[in-house]
Every structure is written in C-alpha cells, then in structure tokens.
Ligand binder design. Structure first.
Ligand SMILES: C[S@@+](CC[C@H](N)C(=O)[O-])C[C@H]1O[C@@H](n2cnc3c(N)ncnc32)[C@H](O)[C@@H]1O
Length: 264
C-alpha cells in the first residue's frame, strides 16, 4: 500500500495524487464507507439531482435535452432517498466533530436531502439561496423561471462548533453582514476551456464556501467531484482536497483544471 492510500485510510489506489490534491475513481457509496473516520474539516457535495427525465431546457437560446447522464436518472422517490441517506451517513462519519457539510440541490432532491440530514441529526446552520442572476428562460411559459438552487450548510452534530469566517464574509459584502441570498452567475466561458461538465458549479460559489467555512491547511472532501470545482477552490486557497467521481472523463477534466489553476 503506498503512502497516499494509507493517509486516506482506504484500500483503493488514487486515480491522481499530488501535493494534497487526491482523486479517486470509484462509486462514492462504497468508497466512503471504507475511509478512515473523522478526517475532514469540510465536505461539499453536489449530488445527482435526479432531474434527467427526458424533458427539455433552454441553453444559449436553443431547446436542448435536460438529461445530464445516466447517473442523474431518478430511481424512484424512495430509492433516491435511500441513496441520500446512505452517502450522507458516510459523510457524517468522515467529518471531524467540528466539521461541516454543504449540499446543493434543486426542488428535485433538496427536500430529501434536508429530511435525511434531520433524520441523521446533523445541525442545520443555514439554507443558502443561490440566485443565478441570469438563468435561462422557461420554454413552456407555464412556470416561473427556475433561477435558484438551495445549498444546505450543516454541522456534523448538534454539538458541532463550526468554523465561520464572519469578518471575511462581511468584508466581501462591502462591510455589511452577508445574507443567505447569494447572487452568483453560472460558470464563465473561461471556466470551461478544458472541457464541459453538464452541471459544473461556478468557481465564485465554491470560493465563497471554502473561504467561509475553512482555514488554510484544512482538509476538504467532495464525494461527487465532477469537473473538480471544489478542488480548484480548495487548492487555490491552500486547503487539502480529496475528490471522488465514478467517471474518469470528469476526473481527467479535473486534472486539466488542476494543472492550469492560475486561470481557473
Ligand atoms: C452534479 S455533478 C457534480 C459537478 C461538480 N460540482 C462540478 O462543479 O463539476 C455530480 C457528479 O457525481 C458523479 N456521480 C454520480 N453518482 C456517483 C456515485 N455513486 N459515485 C461517484 N460519483 C458519482 C457524476 O459522475 C457527476 O460528475
């Protein structure tokens, strides 16, 4: 077993590991259960939203399929909830006692996530309304335009003494207390120069989360790493990172972004 594997307490060999930036190609449900407990200061999870239902959406003014990939297809309400309970329970075990978790979602999944967190006795700290500022129009004209995602921030247990870099967030908000409504644009073109992920998060969003809830040298996990946006923010600000994704295509994209971190 090599040093990187031992340090993470798992038997799986990393797909990539360099200077506190480690990626695993695995099914998170299985890998999370084999990792050493209480090793992360923060977890960010952008799980499947289960919204790939063969519907349509609007992208760059054109009608396109809403489907993101097989991994995003709903298995049914109860099965989806079982999935959420399982990975969230693993994440709770992996957090340090004062660690926190952030989970993003839309209406398709966020109620299950919130209920699972309550059932597992996480301490819910905030629900952030991320407003995408310039969302695509609703093509059917039968609903309000979907312009937000919710991000739940929670402590590992009711006793968690969480890190919140209050002063920094206040400074970033022009000297006023930062509210739980965040206006952040979808990823810029420059964030996609190495390739596209269908649900890539903006680096500005991940920058804010990393800076709000961790300190330099802290250890961050993303169990649904995708194009690695969490890792890029973590690395940029001197945090360690472990990312997991079942797709090597997306891990390769993460590695390209890591290799070009200056322009991320
Ligand atoms: C919503 S995307 C994350 C996007 C990411 N936040 C970004 O900025 O690029 C979810 C990712 O989870 C991965 N995934 C889905 N189910 C998984 C599982 N059981 N184990 C590991 N990865 C999984 C998918 O391949 C996909 O890349």
């Amino acid at each position: 077993m090599n040093a990187a594997v031992q340090a993470n307490g798992v038997s799986e060999k990393p797909y990539f590991s360099e200077d506190g930036f480690t990626l695993y190609n695995a099914d998170s449900l299985e890998l999370l259960e084999s990792m050493e407990a209480e090793q992360f200061d923060m977890i960010f999870a952008d799980p499947p939203y289960f919204l790939s239902n063969d519907g349509v959406t609007c992208k760059n003014g054109r009608m396109v399929s809403v489907n993101k990939g097989r991994w995003d297809r709903s298995q049914g309400v109860l099965e989806n909830h079982e999935f959420n309970l399982r990975w969230l329970a693993s994440c709770q075990r992996l957090l340090k006692p004062n660690g926190t978790i952030w989970v993003s979602g839309t209406q398709h999944v966020i109620y299950s996530i919130g209920f699972a967190m309550q059932s597992l006795d996480f301490k819910i700290l905030n629900d952030i309304a991320w407003f995408k500022v310039n969302p695509p129009p609703n093509l059917s004209c039968r609903y309000f335009t979907h312009g937000t995602e919710t991000i739940i921030w929670a402590g590992r247990t009711p006793k968690t003494k969480h890190t919140f870099n209050y002063q920094l967030m206040k400074e970033e908000n022009g000297g006023k207390q930062m509210k739980n409504l965040w206006n952040i644009m979808s990823p810029r073109k420059a964030e996609k120069v190495h390739g596209k992920h269908p649900t890539q998060k903006p680096i500005a969003l991940m920058r804010r989360i990393v800076l709000a809830a961790t300190d330099e040298g802290d250890r961050i996990l993303d169990p649904f790493c995708g194009s690695g946006t969490t890792g890029i923010a973590a690395k940029t600000y001197g945090r360690e990172f472990v990312g997991i994704d079942q797709s090597t295509e997306y891990l390769d994209l993460t590695i390209k972004r890591y290799g070009d971190i200056e322009s991320a």
